[in-house]
Design a protein around this ligand. Sequence first.
Ligand code: SF4
Ligand code: SF4
Length: 327
Amino acid sequence: MKKPLELIESHGVSRRDFLKYSAVMAALFGISEFEFTTKIAQAMEKASQKPPVIWLEGQDCAGCTISFTQILNPPATTIILDKISLRYHETAMAAAGHLAEKAYHDTVKEGGYVLVVEGSIPSADDRFCMVGGRPFKAIVEEAAQKAGAIIAVGACATFGGIPAATPSKGIGLGKALPGKALINLPTCPVHPDHLAGTVLYFLTTGKVPPLDKIGRPLIYFSESIHDNCRRRAHFDANRFLEDWNDPNQREWCLAKKGCKGPLANSDCPIRRWNDGINFCIDCGAPCMGCSEPEFYLDMSPLYTAESEISKRIFAMKEAGLFNRENS
Ligand code: SF4
Ligand code: SF4
């Protein structure tokens, strides 16, 4: 049986180049170089049996890529190297230039891959986002044609996100690919568990998970932030934090500080972030509603209750629509 480095060399990759690449990637994945090398070698052995994945990046900050590679349970390495064949990812792949383009085109020709899209698509002018000399929009349309499943990750790829508020007028995949079946995984960035769970669900069942009416998996997005918030009793009792310097108000509801939790659906209060350590509201920040199509423009201003959405929340409260028996 070939040793890991021998196996890698047999695929035409020099030891020197591979070890240099491993040092960077092992640090990114938080594992030893030896473990990374071994996993790559094992992945190469099994590559032909694993579903191929193309991960495109448009108008993004690579935050969703970073979020996903920080996942600990299961480790990103397990998913990327053992469960899928990641053929094209501009931030993570070793290849560059024509070699990278070749990997992309070969996979598109094959069809049946999982297409992951991070970042929005400019609607004002294609020139706001060009990759390899081609409009990102054209690349997404091309890659979507033969994809077995399409997953939009993060607020930008799902509904436009922050780039929707820029001159590029970024749009999400739903608008860029009208009529195409999509899985939307919003939040800014994507929650790594949401992506890992969705990919693993698809790999093990061959189906997309049950979705809500805007394409989000119900397992992650069926309940509001508000319904699972530990400050909820203060909202019901009209105790709203107004003065950050008053220790008596520290645990009170953040609605007057712009919290959009009553109109935002995600399992953040239960799943939490950073391997279950904390989430926005429990560390004192109002929910910005990043799981919703209205994020970022219509959720702004984020830290006061002046937005139309905040006004709607208070009107709904006044009308009793958040009373426990109605919510
Ligand atoms: S408005 Fe925000 S802080 Fe207040 S209870 Fe609802 S989710 Fe929690
Ligand atoms: S709590 Fe709100 S702002 Fe924070 S990640 Fe969840 S949906 Fe986004």
